[in-house]
Design a protein. Structure first.
Length: 88
C-alpha cells in the first residue's frame, strides 16, 4: 500500500511493544508508536521522534488483567501508571 508516495515495509512484528527500544538501538529501523509511548521510550534522548507524514485513524488501548489482582496495591499502581501515560 502506498500513501502520499510513501510505502511501508514491515521488517518485524513483535508481540509486545516493550522490546522496541532494544530493537531500535541495535538496528537502523524505525517504528510507528503513539507519541507518548515514544517519548517514554526515549527518556535517554538516544532516538529521534518525527511526526507521521500521513493521518492514521484513532485507536483504543486496552489493559487486560485478572480480577484476582484487583485489590493488589502494586498492580493497581502499575495499571494507573500505564493509563496515565497513555492518556497524555
Amino acid at each position: 500500500m502506498q500513501v502520499n508516495g510513501l510505502r511501508r515495509r514491515i521488517a518485524l512484528r513483535v508481540p509486545h511493544f516493550t522490546v522496541v527500544p532494544q530493537i531500535l538501538s541495535r538496528t537502523d529501523w524505525m517504528v510507528t508508536l503513539p507519541r507518548v509511548v515514544a517519548e517514554v521510550f526515549n527518556e535517554s534522548g538516544q532516538f529521534s521522534i518525527y511526526p507521521l507524514p500521513v493521518e492514521i485513524p484513532h485507536f483504543e488501548s486496552i489493559i487486560h488483567r485478572h480480577e484476582l489482582y484487583d485489590g493488589d496495591e502494586a498492580h493497581c499502581w502499575f495499571r494507573e501508571l500505564i493509563v496515565g501515560i497513555l492518556r497524555r
